[in-house]
Design a protein around this ligand. Structure first.
Ligand code: MTE
Length: 435
C-alpha cells in the first residue's frame, strides 16, 4: 500500500473511531448494542447465530459438532449438491474437504468451492438484476443504475484470486490452543481459488459520477436480512470498503472459472476484493452506497475485528487482509501404509504476498525440510506443494507445514487469541496414522 493510501486509511480510521461515521439502516439502539456486545463495553462477544467453538470439547477439527450434524442432511439454503466426499456442512455453510482438492488443479472447481451464507442463497435471474450506485459521495444526487449488459460494456478483467473466510481455521483455536472462541467451527476448507471475470469497480464508480468527497463505498447483498440468534435484525449483508481499496483492485465479477457465477457464489454479480477477508466480497450485490463519510455496518464493527485480552480495549481496526496458512490435502486422521513411500500434497497461501517457501515436518516438528513448490508465488493466490514420506513404522504421526510469503512473513507456532476466532495463522498439527 502506498503511503498516501495509508495516510488516508489512518485519517479514515480516526474519523471512524471518533464516531464521525454513519450507519444507514442500522437503528442507533442496535448499533450501540452491537458495539457494546463486540467488546467496547467489555461485554461478552456477540453471538453469531452459529455454533460456538468451546475449548476442551474433545471434538477434533473435521468432526461435526451436534449443531452441524443436525443440519448435515440438508444445508438449508444452499442450491448446489453437497456430497459428503467434498463438503462438511456447518449450519448454513458448507466447508470444502481439503483432501478432495488433491489433483483438482490450481483453481477450485465450482462444484467443490466452499459456501458461506449468512442466510440462504437467493436464486436471482440475470435478466431482472440491476445494480444501483447512490449516495452523497457522488458528484450529483441521483442514483445510477446498471444492468448486467451495461456492466459487460466496461473493459473486461480476468484474474485469479482466492476467497477465504476470516474465520477459516477457527476450530484450531480450541483443538490446538485450548481456547474458546465463537463462530462457525471451520477447519481449513473455508477457502477456494477461482478465475474470476468481470469489470473494475473503479470504472463503474467513475461512470456513476464518483465525487471528490467520497471516502467509503458499501456494497450490499440481495439476500435476506440477517437475524442473529438473539433476534436482532442486522439487515442485509453489507460491509464498507475504503475508497483506496475500492479504486485499487476490486472487481464486480459475473464469471467464475469460465461459467456464469453460480447461484451460491453470488449470481449474477458479486464483489471480489482480492487478498481481503471473504466477507468483503459481497455476493448478489444489488446496490453500492458511495459516502462522503466513513460508514459503519455490523460487519465492520461487532464482527470482523479483533477483541480480547491481547487487543486494544475497544477492539482492533476493522480487518482487511487475510493471513497466512497451509493445509495438507489429507483427511484428519488419514491412514497411510507404513514402510511405503507416499507423495503427500498440500497448499499454502497468504493475503500479504505470494508464498515463496514451504517447509514440512513429518515428525511433529522435530525436523523440517523444504517441500517442492509447484506454482510460482502469486499475490492473492496459493501454491501447491508436495513432499515424499515413508512412515517408518505403524503408529500415530503429526504432519506440519509452514509457509513464508514474499513479505517475509512466516506462520507462527501459535495465533494470538481473539474472541471471535478470526485469522488463525499458526502452523497446524495434522494427525495421521500409519499401519
Ligand atoms: N455476501 C452476501 N450477500 N451474503 C453473505 O452471506 N458471505 C460473505 C461473503 N459475501 C456473504 C456474502 C462471507 S463471510 C464469505 S467468507 C464469502 O462471501 C464466501 O463466499 P462463497 O460463499 O462464494 O465461498
Amino acid at each position: 500500500m502506498c503511503s498516501a493510501e495509508s495516510a488516508y486509511d489512518r485519517r479514515r480510521l480516526r474519523q471512524w473511531l471518533a464516531g464521525e461515521a454513519h450507519a444507514p439502516g442500522v437503528p442507533r439502539r442496535d448499533m450501540l448494542r452491537l458495539l457494546a456486545a463486540a467488546g467496547l463495553a467489555g461485554a461478552a462477544p456477540l453471538p453469531l447465530g452459529a455454533p460456538a467453538v468451546a475449548a476442551g470439547t474433545g471434538s477434533a477439527p473435521g468432526t461435526a459438532n451436534a449443531a452441524d450434524r443436525a443440519n448435515a442432511a440438508n444445508a438449508p439454503g444452499i442450491v448446489k449438491p453437497l456430497p459428503d466426499a467434498w463438503f462438511t456442512v456447518r449450519g448454513t455453510n458448507a466447508e470444502t474437504r481439503f483432501a478432495s482438492l488433491a489433483g483438482t488443479g490450481y483453481h477450485t472447481p465450482n462444484d467443490r468451492f466452499f459456501v458461506r451464507n449468512h442466510t440462504a442463497t437467493p436464486v436471482l435471474a440475470a435478466a431482472d438484476w440491476s445494480l444501483t450506485v447512490w449516495g452523497d459521495g457522488l458528484s450529483h444526487d441521483r442514483p445510477v443504475t446498471f444492468t448486467l449488459d451495461d456492466l459487460k460494456r466496461f473493459p473486461t478483467v480476468t484474474r485469479s484470486a482466492f476467497v477465504e473466510c476470516a474465520g477459516n481455521g477457527r476450530s484450531l483455536f480450541a483443538a490446538q490452543q485450548g481456547q474458546s472462541v465463537s463462530g462457525t467451527a471451520w477447519t481449513l476448507g473455508a477457502i477456494g481459488a477461482a478465475r474470476w471475470r468481470g469489470v473494475r469497480l473503479a470504472d463503474v464508480l467513475r461512470r456513476a459520477g464518483l465525487g471528490r468527497r467520497a471516502v467509503d463505498v458499501m456494497p450490499r447483498g440481495l439476500d435476506a436480512d440477517y437475524v442473529t440468534a438473539d433476534g436482532t435484525n442486522l439487515g442485509r449483508v453489507r460491509r464498507p470498503l475504503p475508497l483506496s481499496k475500492a479504486l485499487d483492485d476490486v472487481l464486480l465479477v459475473h464469471e467464475m472459472n469460465g461459467e456464469p457465477l453460480p447461484h451460491d457464489h453470488g449470481h449474477p454479480v458479486r464483489v471480489l476484493v482480492p487478498s481481503w477477508i471473504g466477507v468483503a466480497s459481497v455476493k448478489w450485490v444489488g446496490d453500492i452506497q458511495v459516502s462522503a463519510r466513513p460508514l459503519y455496518s455490523p460487519w465492520n464493527t461487532g464482527f470482523y475485528r479483533l477483541f480480547g485480552d491481547s487487543h486494544p480495549a475497544r477492539g482492533s481496526a476493522p480487518l482487511t487482509r487475510q493471513t497466512i496458512k497451509s493445509a495438507w490435502e489429507l483427511d484428519w486422521d488419514a491412514v497411510l501404509r507404513a514402510g511405503t513411500t507416499h507423495r503427500l500434497t498440500g497448499r499454502s497461501w497468504s493475503g500479504t504476498g505470494g508464498v515463496v517457501r514451504v517447509e514440512v515436518s513429518t515428525d511433529g516438528g522435530g525436523t523440517w525440510r523444504p517441500a517442492q513448490l509447484h506454482d510460482a508465488p502469486r499475490r492473492d493466490g496459493w501454491v501447491r506443494w508436495s513432499t515424499h514420506w515413508r512412515p517408518p513404522a505403524p503408529g500415530p504421526y503429526t504432519l506440519l507445514a509452514r509457509a513464508t510469503d514474499t513479505g517475509g512473513r512466516t506462520q507462527p507456532d501459535t495465533t494470538v487469541h481473539n474472541t471471535q476466532g478470526y485469522l488463525f495463522d499458526a502452523v497446524v498439527r495434522h494427525p495421521v496414522r500409519a499401519r
